[in-house]
Ligand binder design. Structure first.
Ligand SMILES: CC(C)(COP(=O)(O)OP(=O)(O)OC[C@H]1O[C@@H](n2cnc3c(N)ncnc32)[C@H](O)[C@@H]1OP(=O)(O)O)[C@@H](O)C(=O)NCCC(=O)NCCS
Length: 184
């Protein structure tokens, strides 16, 4: 398992909140569990496209113990003080998983917690995830979303205007050439 320190990045939201982006670590399991409790059923449904109340131990292992080569996961967090203790609250996650049948392509997904949406976090995650994937020889992202998930479609259309779209009833698939994404 590799931790790519070069992917660490601090940035500021339009409201002046300081957030950091970094690769997800095995020790982030509690942050994911807390996020599942804090963020809305609808956002979690849009991410997993199924009703999910919690994550199993196996899912938490899969989501946090990534190799950084075939499975790249980036998280966004911010530092908060709770009960006089400094701690981190998870804000967003972006990940991609290389396809075994097409090693130059990876399946990708984004999740931004409800209060952090519409601040550019998802776009930034996609751009950084694309750059991290390119370093591992991945040249294309493919992803599925609900056809009614217009925020995700607007995000991709704005970041990757040449993306290819396939609407299949309730599910829409997108393919993005990573060269189409801006540099971080
Ligand atoms: C879809 C999703 C990832 C979008 O993330 P996001 O952080 O809200 O996306 P962004 O802020 O980068 O862009 C979304 C909108 O905010 C706008 N925006 C971006 N920066 C902004 C800013 N500084 N101020 C105001 N608006 C801003 C964008 O222009 C865009 O507007 P539009 O929808 O009218 O085109 C997020 O809504 C989410 O996680 N939803 C639940 C899970 C999900 O749907 N995942 C996708 C399936 S894999």
């Amino acid at each position: 398992m590799r931790y790519h320190k070069e992917f660490e990045h601090w940035f500021e939201t339009p409201e002046g909140e300081h957030l950091f982006l970094r690769p997800i670590r095995p020790t982030d399991k509690e942050l994911l569990v807390a996020g599942m409790q804090r963020y809305s059923r609808e956002s979690i449904f849009r991410r997993f496209m199924t009703q999910k109340q919690s994550l199993t131990d196996d899912e938490l292992t899969y989501l946090t113990e990534t190799d950084g080569v075939n499975h790249i996961a980036l998280g966004v967090g911010h530092r908060i003080t709770r009960d006089d203790q400094d701690c981190i609250e998870g804000v967003a996650v972006g990940r991609c998983v290389r396809l075994v049948s097409q090693p130059n392509t990876a399946d990708f997904a984004l999740f931004v917690g409800d209060p952090w949406q519409k601040k550019g976090v998802g776009t930034l995650l996609l751009i950084h995830l694309g750059a991290a994937a390119r370093e591992q020889g991945i040249s294309e992202f493919t992803g599925e979303m609900l056809t009614r998930n217009l925020p995700m479609q607007r995000l991709v259309k704005s970041a990757a205007p040449n993306a290819r779209w396939y609407v299949r009833g309730e599910i829409t698939e997108v393919e993005i050439d990573l060269s189409d994404l801006p540099e971080p």
